[in-house]
Design a protein around this ligand. Sequence first.
Ligand SMILES: [Zn+2]
Length: 101
Amino acid sequence: MKGDLTELLMISCEKAAKLICEGLDRPLSFRERVQLRFHVTMCSACKAFQKQNEALLQLFEQRFRKLSASQMEALSEEACERLQRRVREAAEAAEDPSDSE
Ligand SMILES: [Zn+2]
């Protein structure tokens, strides 16, 4: 059946962003990792998001080392949400049909 594998691998930007965020808190399953990898190879917005997110978390760790774990969690959650919103906007902008095949 055509599309089975693609369907399995194709995830929305929203899902990708969520996986990126969750991947910082817990190990992703093999399937999730494959989905995410597949997505970021095709989606520059999410690729940038993934990079940003990693950089941001590193920054948090350096700068807010004194904060408690729960404070850190709240911070990264908030940052994640903000970044997710941004990636959604970027994805919407990318949907501009400028490079249709
Ligand atoms: Zn994406």
